[in-house]
Design a protein around this ligand. Structure first.
Ligand SMILES: Cc1cc2nc3c(=O)[nH]c(=O)nc-3n(C[C@H](O)[C@H](O)[C@H](O)COP(=O)(O)O)c2cc1C
Length: 189
């Protein structure tokens, strides 16, 4: 598919896990998403994005481990049972889950918000690439992400920013639309 850039930006949707098909996504597509993520802008060229790709049995095990942790661990803040259930059933349903990880550079040369911005732009690159190929995607950011560091074996200086799901679109999810950009803009000239 070849989309005009303005069109592509507007047809990109957050397609919730239940609206994605379970059908496997090819490794080639995932590699293309990651390659494009890697070309996001990055202040001081820190390239702060890191990814862990979960598929197949490993993804099912991750979902089971997260559920177990959220429901049973006394070392983390209590989690609403329904939220844990909703998150893990989404994770089980989607064909691929890409853990989005921020890694500060060792010298901590720039503020964290700039690194979050760079990682977010990497995610948008993946999202637009998936859209261009006709795939749906979703960025899931449950409040209990900080409790998952151990399960995801994050290193010091790494922070989990969520899970990016990609799959064939089973059911189109409606766009919430956007308010008028003129109302968010001030021209000073
Ligand atoms: C950083 C980020 C995190 C998000 N996390 C969630 C989430 O945890 N759950 C959710 O339902 N949607 C999440 N979304 C998707 C938004 O709900 C969605 O982008 C918004 O409704 C606009 O819809 P659209 O992306 O289809 O235009 C997230 C979006 C962003 C940018």
């Amino acid at each position: 598919m070849k989309n005009n850039i303005s069109e592509l930006i507007k047809i990109r949707r957050a397609t919730p896990p239940k609206f994605l098909a379970k059908t496997e996504v090819s490794k080639e597509l995932i590699e293309e998403l990651l390659e494009n993520a890697n070309w996001a802008p990055t202040h001081k060229n820190t390239e702060p994005w890191r990814f862990k790709i979960f598929r197949g049995q490993a993804k099912l095990k991750l979902a089971a481990d997260i559920y177990e942790l959220l429901i049973t661990s006394s070392e983390i803040a209590p989690v609403n049972f329904q939220k844990a259930e909703k998150f893990t059933s989404g994770l089980k349903n989607v064909p691929v889950a890409i853990a989005i990880i921020l890694e500060r550079d060792a010298a901590v040369r720039i503020p964290e918000w700039e690194e979050v911005a760079a990682v977010s732009m990497a995610v948008q690159n993946m999202w637009l690439t998936a859209t261009d190929k006709g795939f749906g995607a979703f960025w899931s950011t449950p409040e209990f992400l900080p409790s998952l560091n151990g399960l995801l074996q994050l290193k010091t200086g790494q922070k989990l920013l969520g899970f990016f799901y990609v799959g064939e679109i089973a059911i189109d999810y409606p766009s919430p639309g956007r308010g008028n950009v003129q109302e968010k803009t001030e021209w000073i000239e």
